[in-house]
Ligand binder design. Sequence first.
Ligand code: SAH
Ligand code: SF4
Ligand code: F3S
Length: 435
Amino acid sequence: MSAPKKLFIKTYGCQMNVYDSERMAESLGAQGYEATETADDADMILLNTCHIREKAAEKVYSELGRFKGLKEAKPDLKIGVAGCVAQAEGAEIMRRQPMVDLVVGPQSYHRLPELEAKARSGEKALDTDFPEEDKFEHLARRPKAARGPTAFLTVQEGCDKFCAFCVVPYTRGAEVSRPADRIMGEARDLVERGVREITLLGQNVNAYHGHERGLSGLIRDLAKVDGLERIRFTTSHPNDMDDDLIAAHGDCEKLMPYLHLPVQSGSDKILKAMNRKHTAESYIKLIERIRGVRPDLLLSGDFIVGFPGETEEDFADTMALVETVGYGQAYSFKYSTRPGTPAAERAQVKEDAKLERLHRLQALLKDQQVAAQEAMIGRDVSVLFERDGREAGQMTGKSEYLHAVHVEAPDVARGDLRRVRILASTSNSLKGALL
Ligand code: SAH
Ligand code: SF4
Ligand code: F3S
């Protein structure tokens, strides 16, 4: 038998891409590829890309440029582009960067084996269909090898919300939910392989409808799986938080007290222009309800500043919403014009105003993050240990609130779940001692 070929995958963007990269590696694994950590010795390089902001897409082309020397030195090297840039740009990628051999969209990567064979034979291989068949049913079976204590599991893909700034409905297509029995099977399999925490993924995960009781029904079924200790989900839309999902935050012990619930803006005028279909007040009321059943919930969010039409007053409304809600951590971005989306056609906010607002918002969010971390000092949390810490004898894991926690713990193994007292807060993590 010939030596295994080497596959290097680089992943950009959201967690769904992380999950897709795993599945693509497994699919090519069945074709005789094994993973490598560097592009230098690869026989195939696959960039799993993100199109969400202009910079994310540009990064792909500059990264491709860097592979030029490798391709010249090794003409057999195949270069592929997957993910949302592949979906959005299709054959244009090969025109702009002729050394690309293969382009595959996020809904068609179950066809990678045929595409790889085509690329190997010297042809250009392109597939950005939204096929009828369910790709998960056509993907290679997941291998049985042991794996780390945490895993992502995609349960829902695509989005029908059409926020005026966002490319996702175009790159990922319409909302589709995977059947609950398939997800249960995959989850049990992950647990048998050592996984103790699963994060359910979807572009709009709480719109999940593959279970008769929606996402909360799926979470409640998963909570019955022995050996699975923790359940998380991301990303949610405020309009899809139904009553039972809210209730689950209070009564489902395995559901962790951390919620990523993007609001984007605190101005009703801007929310309307964004086509979000909720107001600042309805969002705040929703948070109050969830905190009503789970007072210690750590809240995360996403914000866009400088959306077309955003004035200083609108931005002040966003700052006020952040003050009212109080986030444990959050992501904030300057609005980025995405061709083909409705907001791209509108009058744009000046770059310097965007940047200045972003700095003000990030300073406030950072203060809240620091405060949330400092509030943990003296408290006891549970930590799922994932890896060795930076210093000898140290282990690092995540608390229920998704804080990274470092502990001096020579006797702790990867995958252990232990009680820890938090002693100190550093810039992006906590330090603690085993109880
Ligand atoms: N489905 C999720 C998030 C999808 S994209 C949701 O609905 O919340 C992740 C984040 O990127 C978004 O929440 C938004 O804050 C940001 N984003 C999306 N499009 C953007 C754009 N054109 N410019 C700047 N930020 C954007
Ligand atoms: Fe994009 Fe809005 Fe859909 Fe989220 S809900 S993926 S921001 S269109
Ligand atoms: Fe990016 Fe696509 Fe995810 S655009 S954020 S990789 S869904």
